[in-house]
Design a binder for this molecule. Sequence first.
Ligand SMILES: C[S@@+](CC[C@H](N)C(=O)[O-])C[C@H]1O[C@@H](n2cnc3c(N)ncnc32)[C@H](O)[C@@H]1O
Length: 273
Amino acid sequence: MLKRRLRSLAKRLEIRFAPGRRSRFLPGVPGRVHTNDLMLFDSSRESIENYLRAARSAVDIVAEALAEVGRSFDDVTSCLDFGCGHGRVLRLLQQKVAAQRITACDLDEEGVRFCAAEFGVRPMLSSWDIGRIPLTTYDLIWSGSVFTHLDAASCDHLLQRMGQSLLPGGLMVFSMHGEFSLANLEHLYGGEHAAEAATIRREVAEQGISFRHYAANWGDFAGTYGMTWHRKEYLQERAAALTDGALRLAFFRPQGWDHHHDVIAFEKVEVVA
Ligand SMILES: C[S@@+](CC[C@H](N)C(=O)[O-])C[C@H]1O[C@@H](n2cnc3c(N)ncnc32)[C@H](O)[C@@H]1O
């Protein structure tokens, strides 16, 4: 018992005062990579290449979405990486947007503090309770592989909160599991959803969303986190309904992120009464 308490205290002290202690440089990767970065499978050359390819692909697709609304990274004044993890994408994002203009937000305090220490971005600790996330205002929000894990109510709440925190003309870009993921349920994700593939596809076709919570408990809001598939039109309808029409679909690219996740973007527009 005492040993466990001491270990947990040591971990908390390390996260706060030495967040980069368990990190190292890897060939070709800008900045150090934390040993707890779950997005890096292992330190083999192939895994490093996969890690970098996903990071580059994210930044490229955000640039494309910005271009679609006549913008570029150069005019971003305030950027949020929502669900930044340990900074896989953020390490390249901060080469495009000045670090002091980027907020790194995650539930994982170690990830947030590591990103702040390693890249000089602003840290924001998130909450399982979406209403309590201390969002401010942004003109670019990127969220990679977060909506892909939330149940319908959480997706709604997050869409609404992000819509509220976008500045006029701001863009939110996020990834979703769409047709490619649905068509490959038998092979992807270790085949975990193979048996239910037909049901999941039917739910997406009929309701626009399908959610399967993870078997293990995840955080305080167990049951709201798992695997989620969406239809683009569903998200488009929800985004408009939840913001009185202030979120306009601006960009959609099937398999736009690393040939896997679809990428969808909404622009905050002025609603004329
Ligand atoms: C699959 S990981 C992707 C990490 C990162 N975006 C990347 O591509 O490397 C999903 C991340 O979303 C974070 N996340 C989930 N729910 C969140 C919430 N309510 N607020 C902030 N981050 C959240 C998780 O902690 C995790 O780091």
